[in-house]
Write a protein that binds this ligand. Structure first.
Ligand code: PEP
Ligand code: MN
Length: 337
């Protein structure tokens, strides 16, 4: 249920309604909007609850939330959520661009990447320190050493660091260095991990699982929101289909479809979505035209020598051209990048 407070409700009254909701055995998520505050009351519905709550002081009305994802739903919050970290802003008409290598490989590689993507206009730096690789024999990442290099790159450039966390045991460690925690596609339904990042105070970039349906994707986001972390960004990175011409199939309709259902920002990953560097710039441009709230793009100073995902990585020059193209489209549709 959504408990809609009157505009005149004070913070104290709102808190007392939230406490009452909790006393009914429900979880209360207070969502402060520019117009008014609502409280999402989440839990098993019991007879008479709606009537009890609608009778409380300063409560305007109580309405049911029909979607299975309660906090993520547009029914609960109509205003788009804006997620920020340093200069990286995603949502509310602003397109945030996160760029960098698939994996952090060494100091010069990550620093060179960071300087190049910053110069081209990115505000987020990506780079995996813990890598989920299909084969156990592939490069697994530099782990904490990689996190330290990312933090050094942030200190020099001011870019917000976005990096993957693969297990609940690493959430504290990764959070010490990262600005945004990435949940990889393979972990989209790792519910203990989702809950662990839900307890963190860092924004979370949640990638769609390659075979996850939209409701499953939104319910995965709900696991994070339900723990009290409101800063969740959804990332479409392509799904598995019968096609073999691209690494995955990148459905850009995800953006307008999700915009009709959730207030959370939506980011597109054209690198993993296609797996082919030449396809990345046009798909990035198309994603901007589809009104995504951000892009995450793999860029490597020397893609042919990358330890992972070189075939889909742009050179710094190609990335800079892509940014110019995306900027022109964003401007044309009234969005900032
Ligand atoms: C990555 O971002 O490098 C990555 C492993 O992505 P995904 O989880 O989408 O495969
Ligand atoms: Mn990658």
């Amino acid at each position: 249920m959504i408990v809609v407070m009157k505009k005149s409700a004070t913070e104290e009254i709102i808190q007392s309604v939230a406490t009452r909701i909790e006393s009914l055995g429900l979880k209360a998520h207070v969502i402060v909007g520019t117009e008014r505050t609502v409280i999402a009351a989440i839990g098993e519905k019991r007879d008479g609850e709606a009537e009890t709550l609608s009778g409380l002081d300063e409560v305007d009305k109580v309405v049911p939330i029909l979607a299975p994802y309660k906090v993520a739903s547009l029914e609960t919050k109509e205003e788009p959520t804006t997620v920020r970290s340093h200069d990286l802003v995603m949502g509310g008409g602003h397109v945030g661009v996160i760029a960098g290598p698939c994996s952090v490989e060494n100091e010069s590689q990550i620093l060179e990447s960071a300087r190049a993507v910053k110069a081209a206009g990115a505000t987020g730096l990506r780079g995996g320190a813990f890598k989920p690789r299909t084969s156990p024999y592939s490069f697994q990442g530099l782990k904490e050493e990689g996190l330290k290099l990312l933090a050094a790159a942030r200190d020099e450039t001011g870019l917000a660091v976005v990096t993957e966390v693969m297990t609940p045991q690493h959430v504290d460690l990764v959070s010490r260095y990262a600005d945004v925690l990435q949940i990889g596609a393979r972990n989209m339904q790792n519910y203990h991990l989702l809950q662990a990042v839900g307890e963190s105070d860092k924004p979370v970039l949640l990638k769609r699982g390659p075979s996850a349906a939209m409701d499953e994707f939104l319910l995965a986001a709900e696991y994070i929101l339900d723990q009290g972390n409101p800063n969740v960004v959804l990332c479409e990175r392509g799904v598995r289909t019968f096609e073999t011409h691209t690494r995955f199939t990148l459905p850009l309709a995800t953006v307008p479809f999700l915009k009709e259902r959730t207030h959370l920002p939506i980011v597109i990953d054209p690198s993993h979505g296609t797996g082919i560097a030449t396809l990345v710039p046009p798909m990035a441009a198309a994603a901007i035209a589809a009104e995504c709230d951000g892009l995450i793009i793999e860029v490597h100073p020397n893609p042919s020598e990358a330890l992972s995902d070189g075939a889909q990585s742009l050179t710094p020059e190609q990335f800079s051209d892509t940014m110019n193209r995306c900027r022109a489209i964003a401007t044309a549709i009234g969005r900032s990048i």
